[in-house]
Design a protein around this ligand. Structure first.
Ligand code: TXA
Ligand code: MG
Length: 319
């Protein structure tokens, strides 16, 4: 069921059921973060391996003290600047957060999302919400309630509809190693914006399919059709079999009806907003392969390119 009623969402969450929630980045598949039964249901519904930990969502910094054992000054500065918003912080966890939530890691990922409906829901609950993106594992993240319904509708009792996600790509994940600030996942807050607040950071988003490096799985965010980043696609497919995801100009030798343009005015925010829904549109078109154009490596262009590279890394055969 899709609706806008936070009382219904609360009802299901309080009895260990799952609810899809809107955030400014992507839709999340939420359950009570303090309840193992609910957390187990999240992994099952997404078909997600338990070595991939979850983000815990709250509405206020005061609630975070309940479940993290340290909140270092640099983390607090970042929180002040970017929350509510597309930033996730890795902080040492307290025992109330089960190992299942963090895949056995000593840190828990925490975020205050910026969406009025979800913030009201979080305020009405006595517990925080564990929520990964509300897509089957490895597939493109959902940016509308309908995207969630298309893929997980049968598996969850309620989808809270908050419209189209304004940021459109997942949060930036930031942690700390000694004095160094590390970006583990590029996302909705740019590296440049973070560096303006806390000085230089190290970006450690190198891909790996190693379970010891959760959050950095190489093949991810992928459509079902093969996605290419280079012209080598032309050797394998005829022009009418190819769909294109371009930045601001159509590619000349492919039919225009097969092309999706991220931002005619070359605006990174608009491109990020459109990214996942256009990937879904291309996946549903009568074409056999997708050619995606990389954006300039700056600002949100970097995060968008990260998603495109992961989508091209290896194809998910079934989800
Ligand atoms: O924007 C977002 O972050 C969305 C919305 C719903 O909040 N959530 C999201 O969750 O993208 P998910 O589960 O799809 O991606 C979270 C990433 C995973 O790749 C996971 O491995 C990483 O965060 N992660 C979670 N806890 C971690 C931890 N303690 N250490 C390192 N990585 C962690
Ligand atoms: Mg995800």
């Amino acid at each position: 069921m899709i609706g806008k009623d936070i009382h219904i969402a609360k009802f299901f969450l309080e009895k260990s059921d799952l609810v899809a929630i809107p955030t400014e980045t992507v839709y999340g598949l939420a359950g009570n973060a303090f309840d193992l039964q609910a957390v187990s249901k999240i992994f099952a519904a997404k078909n997600r391996p338990t070595f991939d930990p979850l983000i815990v969502h709250t509405h206020h910094i005061s609630q975070i003290e309940q479940f993290v054992s340290d909140f270092p000054p640099k983390a607090q500065i970042l929180a002040q600047h970017f929350w509510a918003g597309a930033l996730t912080l890795l902080l040492p966890k307290k025992d109330i957060i089960a190992d299942l939530v963090t895949a056995g890691l000593p840190t828990v990922a925490v975020r205050i999302p910026q969406h009025p409906l979800t913030l009201s829901l979080l305020k009405s609950l006595p517990f925080p919400l564990a929520a990964p993106s509300a897509n089957p594992f490895g597939y493109i993240s959902p940016t509308t309630a309908q995207h969630v319904a298309d893929q997980l509708g049968e598996k969850i009792p309620y989808i809270l509809d908050g419209g189209t996600c304004q940021v459109g790509i997942e949060s930036t994940i930031v942690g700390f190693e000694g004095d160094t600030t590390i970006v583990y996942r590029l996302g909705g807050v740019s590296v440049e914006a973070i560096e303006q607040v806390v000085g230089s950071v190290l970006v450690k988003t190198h891909s790996s399919s190693n379970p010891n490096a959760p959050g950095r799985l190489e093949s991810h965010y992928a459509p079902r059709k093969p996605l290419y980043l280079s012209q080598e696609i032309f050797g394998e497919f005829a022009p009418e079999e190819i769909g294109v995801l371009c930045f601001s100009e159509y590619i000349s030798n492919i039919p225009q009806k097969n092309q999706q343009m991220l931002s005619p005015k070359r605006d990174f925010l608009e491109a990020a907003q459109n990214l996942f829904s256009m990937m879904r549109l291309l996946d549903a078109m009568p074409i056999r392969a997708i050619l995606a154009e990389l954006l300039p490596e700056e600002s949100l262009g970097r995060a968008i390119n990260d998603r495109l590279r992961r989508a091209s890394a290896k194809q998910i055969k079934s989800v």
